[in-house]
Design a protein around this ligand. Structure first.
Ligand code: PGA
Length: 245
């Protein structure tokens, strides 16, 4: 098993390649299950999927989606909630029924947390598992919000965000104090069950962590390194993020 490496001339090429793979999957399997990511990295893929919907008739009517993660302690309507992000960048522009969209809530009460996370996992299973999972990578090596220390078999749960992750999010929230401290995230075990995984990483800021994830030992200190043990994972990089390989 090894990760398939694509080093693209431009981010646009990477975005188009991933979007085309998703479109091919949906055309072959209209009720495909997609695992979706947020952050700046996948925005171009979503733009391309919206274009394919409008210009080439790609329909999401039977597609079902599960997002990786969501901040806790902010309103759903907060501009930085992942619910808001996904609607702004994708769901508001395609024909997916609202009932087919799954994103963890932003204010899951502590007492309900265990059942809530278990139910999220069950829903993925009931829908047949994730066919195609999009991932970004954080500078801590997180996939989803699986920060350093996350074991390989961890499942959907609440997690304390790493300081570096919160610092990276601070500009979007105005300042560090406004960045949530916790999130709900699919676990590494959940992600590893996806049949195909495409991780995208762009820019020099990601070069060091991409190198560790791809070339370093498989370690709980770098959740993305677990992908070395996945059967069908591709990394889609640009020259900058691949510069230390
Ligand atoms: P980014 O975040 O796409 O905004 O760089 C990636 C991540 O934290 O997974």
């Amino acid at each position: 098993m090894s990760i398939t490496l694509h080093i693209h001339a431009t981010r646009e090429t990477a975005n188009k390649k991933v979007a085309r793979e998703i479109a091919e999957l949906i055309r072959a399997k209209p009720h495909a299950v997609l695992g979706l990511a947020t952050g700046s990295t996948p925005i171009g893929v979503y733009e391309e999927l919206v274009r394919l919907h409008h210009q080439e008739g790609l329909s999401f009517r039977q597609v079902c989606t599960f997002n990786l993660d969501e901040y806790q302690g902010i309103d759903l309507s907060h501009p930085e909630s992942y619910w808001n992000f996904m609607h702004r960048h994708l769901f508001d522009h395609i024909d997916i029924p609202a009932a087919n969209i799954h994103i963890p809530g932003t204010r899951v009460p502590s007492l309900e947390l265990a059942d809530y996370c278990k139910r999220y996992e069950e829903l993925i299973t009931v829908h047949g598992g994730i066919d195609y999972q999009i991932l970004g990578i954080g500078r801590t090596g997180h996939i989803g919000f699986n920060e350093p220390g996350s074991p390989p078999d961890c499942r959907t749960r609440r997690i304390l965000l790493d300081q570096l992750t919160r610092e990276d999010a601070a500009p979007a929230f105005g300042d560090l104090d406004h960045v949530p401290t916790h999130a709900i995230t699919m676990g590494c075990g959940t992600i590893m069950e996806a049949r195909h995984i495409a991780l995208l990483a762009f820019g020099t800021a990601k070069a060091a962590i991409v190198r560790k994830a791809l070339r370093g030992p498989v370690s709980s200190q770098i959740s993305a390194s677990y992908l070395q043990n996945h059967e069908h994972t591709s990394f889609h990089l640009d020259h900058e993020s691949a510069s230390l390989l």
